[in-house]
Design a protein around this ligand. Structure first.
Ligand SMILES: Cc1cc2nc3c(=O)[nH]c(=O)nc-3n(C[C@H](O)[C@H](O)[C@H](O)COP(=O)(O)OP(=O)(O)OC[C@H]3O[C@@H](n4cnc5c(N)ncnc54)[C@H](O)[C@@H]3O)c2cc1C
Ligand SMILES: NC(=O)c1ccc[n+]([C@@H]2O[C@H](COP(=O)([O-])OP(=O)(O)OC[C@H]3O[C@@H](n4cnc5c(N)ncnc54)[C@H](O)[C@@H]3O)[C@@H](O)[C@H]2O)c1
Length: 472
């Protein structure tokens, strides 16, 4: 057994672990990084990157089939599903070097390609290495949750870990779970020419504002995607090419392929957390506001910490850990300024409190400002008018924003900035936005907040009247 020592041991080379390792080593710490599977973790290999690449293929096909409105004849897209998967693999390959073992070794990180397991509260074993470190960061991510639905173990099914390698085009893809994974994959596959049915136990995109998700589901239905809600899958049967899903209330859905997208489970199995005195909750590793576990030398970040599960969240956690573990500075997690985006068409984006949360928290002090896409000249020019922005404002300060529509994922960043820095609507109103851009929607929302104060105010009218009388 080879004994190793470092300032920082990072377990897991995904979005969170890589960010910590890169930051720490460049700030002068000695760092050991363990990865049992693929460098880059879920985001690069089985998550964000391949899903957005496949969505891009679907978009290209959809554009060909819907060009008439711009004066260009519609054509039936000739989709080569396997070639779309080649495109996905090529996109991963282009990004891969940034997350590679070679790059991290070049930065000075000692990379060990093995799974880590605690063998005491201060020691981790990875293969034939026994590692001690001043601080340890668990960044082991999450895996697809596959619930024990009767019959599921007898039927072939895909998860996010296999679907991007599937090369035969599904005739009819059944998707159990209408969260972000299920919905993004549903639209991409429909646009690539598959029949698709989403089977959702509650409401699709249940984390988001129902007024906005309705805009997404309307588009899905218009594209011919089947959406069954309040449809809890209770039994699965059949074989390759002929799969049946029966829901609790007796509905039966038939398809050729099945994708399971019912949520995630934290990757804690191989860690032997008990040995390290690290407690878990139902969602993941128990952490305090500084991302410290119940073993004070050990942090947990990203998906395994059981909070919001996004790559940018894992990256944000990495920044907190660097402050705390390397510089011994105080670091407290905030979640009120973390945006999320579901990359359907139209996109669905959110930051801060939803309307329902803001109403519960702020009651009568809440003002909800709406502005629709169909009043924006760029959206009209591009015929992308489905959508709206909703800003939740308390005493002049936005506490949440939801956007559904074209480029919502780009537009939400402004509100993430505003909320992160506790700015006010007046700061958004002060901004001059180039014409014609979708970003004007953000500015118009601020305008919509102030216009009743300006245009419907007897006081303002009196002042203007008074000034006009005295102006030379
Ligand atoms: C289909 C899909 C689409 C997604 N799309 C988006 C998106 O568009 N935007 C977004 O922000 N987020 C998206 N996500 C979520 C995002 O991928 C995760 O939130 C992010 O990858 C979490 O980072 P992490 O570092 O916690 O874990 P990961 O990136 O999963 O990294 C964990 C790593 O730890 C390794 N590991 C596990 N156990 C051990 C061990 N004992 N020893 C050593 N190594 C170990 C794993 O092999 C893995 O490589 C998506 C997820 C999925 C599944
Ligand atoms: N664009 C993005 O940022 C993005 C994209 C994909 C995934 N992610 C991350 O990955 C996480 C996991 O995504 P997900 O979509 O797998 O999970 P999820 O938990 O968000 O959604 C799972 C859905 O499955 C439903 N469900 C559970 N059991 C069911 C059953 N037996 N029958 C029918 N429906 C059932 C749930 O009601 C829920 O709506 C997300 O929460 C997100 O953090 C992010």
């Amino acid at each position: 057994m080879q004994k190793l020592k470092a300032d920082l041991l990072v377990i897991g080379a995904g979005s969170g672990g890589l960010s910590v390792a890169a930051g720490a080593v460049q700030m002068g710490a000695s760092v050991i990084l363990l990865e049992g599977h693929r460098m880059g973790g879920d985001c690069l290999n089985f998550g964000c990157v391949p899903s957005k690449a496949l969505i891009a293929s679907g978009k290209a096909a959809h554009a060909q089939a819907h060009a008439q409105i711009y004066g260009v004849a519609d054509v039936t897209p000739q989709v080569d599903y396997a070639a779309a998967k080649d495109h996905v693999a090529d996109v991963i390959a282009q990004i891969e070097p940034v997350d590679s073992q070679e790059r991290f070794e070049g930065l000075g990180v000692r990379v060990i390609r093995d799974y880590g397991t605690f063998v005491s509260p201060t020691e981790v074993q990875a293969g034939d290495h026994l590692i001690t470190a001043r601080r340890i960061v668990i960044a082991t991510g999450s895996s697809p949750l596959v619930p024990p639905i009767p019959g599921l173990d007898t039927v072939p099914y895909e998860t996010n870990e296999t679907i991007f390698e599937l090369r035969e085009k599904p005739g009819h893809l059944l998707i159990i779970g209408g969260g972000p994974i299920g919905m993004e994959m549903a639209q991409a596959h429909r646009r690539l020419g598959c029949d698709v049915t989403v089977i959702e136990g509650m409401k699709v995109l249940g984390q988001d504002d129902p007024e906005l998700t309705a805009v997404v589901t309307e588009q899905f239905r218009a594209e011919g995607i089947g959406i069954a809600e309040d449809a809890m899958a209770a039994e699965v049967r059949g074989a390759t090419g002929a799969i049946e899903v029966e829901t609790k209330d007796g509905r039966v859905f038939r398809g050729t392929h099945l994708l399971m997208a019912v949520g995630r489970k934290p990757n804690t199995d191989r860690l032997d957390l008990e040995t390290a005195g690290i407690e878990t909750t139902r969602r993941g590793i128990r952490v305090n506001a500084s991302m410290r576990t119940t073993n004070r030398r050990v942090y947990a970040i990203g998906d395994v910490a059981g909070g919001l599960q996004f790559t940018h969240m894992a990256g944000y956690h990495a920044g907190l850990i660097i402050r705390s573990a390397l510089l011994a500075l105080p670091a407290r997690e905030r979640t009120d300024h973390i945006p999320w985006v579901t990359y359907t068409d139209p996109e669905l984006a959110h930051v801060g409190l939803t309307e329902a949360q803001a109403r519960a928290e702020h009651g009568g002090n809440l003002k909800v400002i709406r502005f629709p896409y169909n009043h924006n000249d760029r959206a009209i020019a591009e015929r992308r008018t489905a959508g709206l922005i909703k800003v939740m404002v308390v005493r002049g300060r936005p506490v949440g924003t939801s956007i559904v529509g074209a480029q919502a994922g780009e537009m939400i960043s402004l509100w993430a900035f505003v909320i992160a820095n506790k700015l006010k609507m007046k700061h958004v109103a002060a901004m001059v936005v180039p014409y014609p851009t979708l970003s004007e929607i953000n500015k118009r929302a601020a305008g919509a907040y102030f216009s009743p104060k300006l245009f419907d105010s007897a006081m303002v009218k009196r002042i203007v009247g008074f000034v006009q009388r005295w102006l030379p």
